[in-house]
Design a protein. Structure first.
Lengths: 253, 253
DNA sequence: TGAATAGTGTCTATAAGACAATATCCC
DNA sequence: GGGATATTGTCTTATAGACACTATTCA
């Protein structure tokens, strides 16, 4: 890049620099933390959705979210939203992506740092009181593999929910990311209770990936990974040979 | 979560809502787009670094970056930084992560949306005039695989650069992401000129991954992927049997 | 002709899929 | 004992690593 003659007073970097020191001198975007809280319920992936009670998108469904306060980190903001909106803490939480199209919110410029959270449905159902304005909606993606694209959210009546803002894209990206992570990280455990059978784990993987898995191969891979520790106990009262229960042990610990 | 009695005037959601409508009523963070521009030079990964001419971290090295303007998307802001600071456009650019620790910038709250850009060194060296305050620094990570952690940046004199802010973490994350992508996406091409030999591609992979690869297996995998198209031409004047030149063809196109 | 690297063919080890056989529980 | 699913073992197939061999260019 050919160097230009220095013009200190109008250099865009210099202007930006001064802006950073004088918050009142220019407009800044608002920044929110939005949460895709996923769980597996009745052999399907579900996300926690909240009905909007304000314009814009009044009556449409949106992800739980809130503004990032000046004294909290993004992760702390996401944890706070998780606690305030779902009554949960200490669950898997990971930054997903930051959405910043200038027109994504018709009110004003709002940049959203999206987080993905995973929890087993028992914990979520205990913590969360569902009602008229909060629900677990089934997540439905029309694409295979890790192709990506927006998600549809289906209510208990089987009808497609109307979603606010770009939240269909955010949920879609969460599913894509989750599918990708499944191959090389032990993330499936996050969607199950503390102890679980191999078949339960396989069902979780199948639900997320959207296609059936080979049982033998899945068993071998999981046991060979060294991340599962047998509890010594087994299922009870199941009407057939009970499966052994496992616990997540972490990598080579 | 037990539902609390409604207190409309002090509901934190309501306060947040009002804040969004009245920009002057509260402090908002500044948002910047920071760029990790990577290239492979002399069999080593390098990143474009800029020496700071202002406090804080005066004299330390930092990633190219700039404030996100109110009317531009995050990606457009990153492209603009790429153009302004490196003189490049139309190269691989992908959002990496958003860094938002409240104290990461001692001046004021600045949230940084980090982007990773990849370019072949020929293009970068043509576009970029290096000088006293801009350099390509060798990227050195002390961790293996995709473990992650901060990166060290080494200047031409072999000495470690002093880095500003949390930029060592940002570069480290870029390397980790790049290593992860290499396995399942054709991202290595972005660091090579339009046509290249299989061995050049292998060197790029080895440099990024930080360990040698099996030549036979690499060849087979790459050719089997269907993403390489032979150009029909070969190297010239190389003092040995010339290698065939390939071009990136995209998945099954 | 020789040096040097490109490219091919073959063998072996490892992991995945298929499938049969056996084990264990509840009724 | 019968129904049902869990678990183990074996065979087959696909893929990765190792290694030997041949090919092509320039000096």
């Amino acid at each position: 890049m050919p160097r230009q003659p220095p013009k200190p007073k109008t250099d865009p970097q210099e202007v930006d620099f001064l802006k950073a020191y004088d918050p009142a001198s220019f407009d800044r975007p608002s920044v929110t933390a939005d949460l895709v809280l996923l769980t597996v319920l009745e052999d399907a992936l579900h996300a926690l959705m909240i009905r909007r009670s304000e314009h814009p998108f009044l009556g449409a469904w949106s992800l739980p979210g809130g503004f990032v306060h000046m004294d909290e980190s993004l992760e702390v903001a996401a944890s706070r939203v998780l606690r305030e909106k779902a009554g949960l803490s200490r669950i898997f939480l990971e930054q997903l992506y930051t959405f910043g199209e200038p027109t994504r919110d018709p009110r004003t410029r709002i940049i959203s740092v999206a987080y993905m959270a995973l929890v087993d449905s028992d914990r979520l159902l205990k913590a969360q009181s569902h009602g008229h304005d909060v629900q677990l909606a089934r997540v439905d993606v029309s694409w295979a593999g890790e192709e990506g694209g927006p998600a549809k959210l289906i209510g208990p009546d089987g009808k497609k929910l109307s979603l606010a803002f770009d939240h269909a894209d955010i949920v879609g990206l969460a599913v894509k990311r989750l599918r990708g992570k499944l191959d090389y990280t032990p993330v499936g455990f996050q969607l199950l209770p503390a102890t679980f059978t191999l078949f339960q784990l396989q069902r979780v993987h199948e639900v997320i990936l959207g296609h059936p898995l080979n049982k033998d191969s899945f068993r071998r891979r999981m046991l060979a990974s060294g991340q599962l520790k047998p509890t010594g106990h087994a299922q009870e009262d199941v009407g057939h040979r009970p499966a052994g229960l496992y616990r997540f042990a972490g990598p080579s610990t």
